[in-house]
Write a protein that binds this ligand. Structure first.
Ligand code: SF4
Ligand code: SF4
Length: 83
């Protein structure tokens, strides 16, 4: 499925352990990535310093559900069982 642009759940719900531009220690689950715009778009999309984990994350029904709220819930759940 294509990403629902403006959702942003995968930039908020998960923890990211690798360094992110502007967040050298990564981020905790539930924290908003500093690179996420007010429109919930990645401000460093396409840049070579965008974390690999972000590059590798592909939208899928399993992760993103049917709505932005569902994506938040699903990814937060994954985080709670794997984090
Ligand atoms: S959770 Fe899925 S739909 Fe939402 S921004 Fe990330 S990839 Fe796109
Ligand atoms: S760097 Fe971009 S894609 Fe990665 S979590 Fe931050 S806003 Fe999302």
């Amino acid at each position: 499925m294509p990403c629902r642009l403006g959702c942003g759940a995968c930039c908020i719900a998960p923890s990211i352990s690798s360094s992110i531009p502007g967040m050298p220690n990564g981020k905790k689950a539930g924290d908003r990535c500093i690179n996420l715009s007010d429109e919930n778009l990645c401000k460093i999309f396409g840049r070579t310093d965008r974390p690999k984990v972000c590059e590798d994350f592909k939208a899928s029904k399993d992760a993103c559900g049917e709505t932005n709220q569902q994506a938040m819930e699903i990814i937060a759940y994954w985080e709670s069982v794997t984090g």
